[in-house]
Ligand binder design. Structure first.
Ligand code: PEP
Length: 258
């Protein structure tokens, strides 16, 4: 594997006020301050980005946003631009999360515009793709992944692809806040990752595929993180519910073995 470090990213979704975020980071950074073998990212809600940005300065935790608009500025009420995210210290941005697709009607066409815009502002996208339960039951997993990849990565060049982190998030495995929800098995997750890597190889060649991080999301927690992160094609994790508690998220980070 050519991947240098695994990426473990927290997707807090619509949770935590700015004050709560500060309390989390104060505790969390003490738990992970000696971690060097993983890249750690926290993606709080927009309203806590500045507070988290201040708290993580000079440490080993990076900042990400959960969404953005594709334009730099303009008449887009309620939206946040890539320029604004850069200005506040974001390095990463989650794009195309299944909750944005399902609840806010985002489609591959829009997500592609966001991916292109993020890269042009030197933000590293965490591009979420994944099949839903119906697609899985009907044997359409690979077709769904292939379509999402082709559409969301349209106009992305061979030189750009490895700047994108692809998050394989089978929609049926996402906890939606239920700590007992079942993740994909390590084998099922690995086969999704393998397929995604083979698609990137088809689109951009073997070397680009090796250098592109593919991370797993969907009910990752301290109990299953080690097994998932040990799979050869799983280059990290996008963690929702289990990232809301500093101890639990730190345990997941510590599950990374190089
Ligand atoms: C997510 O929705 O990005 C996610 C990974 O959530 P959870 O870990 O709660 O399943």
């Amino acid at each position: 594997m050519a991947i240098v470090k695994k990426l473990i990213a927290a997707n807090w979704k619509m949770n935590k006020t700015a004050d709560e975020a500060v309390l989390f980071v104060e505790e969390f950074k003490k738990l992970v301050n000696n971690i060097k073998n993983a890249e750690i990212v926290i993606c709080p809600p927009f309203t806590a980005l500045q507070a988290v940005s201040n708290e993580i300065k000079g440490g080993n935790v990076d900042l990400g946003a959960q969404n953005m608009h594709f334009e730099s500025a303009g008449a887009y009420t309620g939206e946040i631009s890539p320029l604004m995210l850069k200005g506040i210290g974001c390095e990463y941005v989650i794009l195309g999360h299944s909750e944005r697709r399902e609840i806010f009607n985002e489609n591959d066409f829009l997500i592609n515009k966001k991916v292109v815009a993020a890269l042009s502002h030197s933000l590293k996208p965490i591009l979420c793709i994944g099949e839903n339960l119906e697609q899985r039951k009907n044997g359409k997993t690979e077709e769904a992944l292939e379509n999402q990849l082709k559409n969301c990565l349209k106009n992305i060049t061979k030189n750009q692809i490895s700047k994108i982190n692809i998050a394989y998030e089978p929609v049926w495995a996402i906890s939606r806040g239920n700590p007992n929800h079942k993740a994909a098995t390590a084998d099922d997750a690995e086969s999704g990752h393998k397929f995604i890597r083979s698609m990137i190889a088809k689109m951009h060649g073997e070397s680009a595929a090796k250098n592109t991080r593919i991370i797993y999301g969907g009910s990752m927690k301290p109990e299953n993180a080690k097994e998932l992160l040990a799979m050869p094609d799983i280059d990290g994790g996008l963690v929702g519910n289990a990232s809301l508690d500093p101890k639990s998220f730190a345990e997941i980070v510590k599950s990374v073995r190089l």
